[in-house]
Design a protein around this ligand. Structure first.
Ligand SMILES: C[S@@+](CC[C@H](N)C(=O)[O-])C[C@H]1O[C@@H](n2cnc3c(N)ncnc32)[C@H](O)[C@@H]1O
Length: 247
């Protein structure tokens, strides 16, 4: 029997693994979209430990992506006829919603091979076309050729949050609109965000018996000269601040 990790498996094998171990179910709050969804017998942890070792974030419905998907379907004018990038796509729910709502094209940026296999399957399941960018966009100088970037639940880690804010700043400077969906994670750059909609939505890992907390869709705003770009620190002081226009 081969002991080759799934990080080396071709996409077709990963896709088969996902189809065999997960169930198709409507997305919470967005029943218009069907997703391959984890269940107690999925053996996800084993699958990921044997592979890339990355947590199986793509297998769950995150509040941030969920509210963006709901927002796009409720307000199709936000995406209709526009080129959309789903950054940190995971299951692909955000990009799928954008495509269903009439986006002219959808790109999904994702670095986890399992997630890439899953989001391709999910796109097919929902009858939409999504092009996948498999490299890390955040550090490069290149700007994606899109009109709108949708960021679902990407502010859960301090370093990732800082890199994301810097990338989004470059994109905003190039005139690209940015929308963020988030339930209020530790490193959400609140001073850069203006809420445009909010929803009560269950979050992955949340207790099912409690009232669902609210999660919001935010516009990520351009910094004005002299304003401080700040990614909050969950504990201790923040070293992520910088002043725009300061040398
Ligand atoms: C918490 S999940 C959110 C997934 C999805 N946006 C949603 O809301 O359902 C974060 C995802 O971002 C991906 N990710 C992390 N860093 C990334 C990067 N630099 N570029 C692209 N994707 C990244 C992870 O692999 C993971 O699938």
């Amino acid at each position: 029997m081969s002991r080759q990790g799934s990080s080396h498996r071709p996409h077709a094998d990963l896709a088969r693994l996902i189809q065999e171990s997960m169930r198709v179910a409507p997305a919470p709050l967005v029943p218009e979209i069907q997703l391959y969804t984890a269940h107690p017998g999925s053996g996800l942890r084993r699958m990921c430990e044997a592979g890339s070792g990355m947590p199986p974030y793509w297998a769950y419905q995150w509040a941030g992506g969920t509210v963006l998907a709901r927002f796009f379907i409720d307000r199709p004018q936000t995406v209709r006829g526009r080129r959309v990038l789903d950054l940190g796509a995971g299951s692909g729910v955000v990009g799928i919603a954008a495509a269903l709502a009439g986006a002219s094209s959808v790109l999904a940026a994702e670095i986890d091979r399992h997630a890439i296999a899953a989001l391709r399957l999910n796109a097919t399941l929902n009858g939409v076309a999504i092009e996948v960018l498999e490299h890390d966009l955040l550090d490069g100088a290149a700007r994606p050729e899109v009109d709108l970037i949708a960021v679902g639940d990407l502010f859960y880690d301090k370093v990732l949050a800082r890199r994301t804010v810097q990338f989004l700043d470059r994109c905003r400077a190039a005139g690209i609109e940015v929308l963020v969906g988030d339930p209020g994670r530790a490193f959400l750059p609140r001073n850069r965000l203006r809420a445009v909609a909010d929803y009560a939505v269950p979050d992955f890992g949340g207790a099912g018996d409690r009232q669902a907390p609210r999660s919001a869709v935010f516009a990520f705003e351009t910094l004005q000269p002299g304003e401080i770009a700040n990614v909050p620190a969950a504990t201790g002081g923040d070293q992520g601040s910088r002043v725009v226009g300061a040398s």
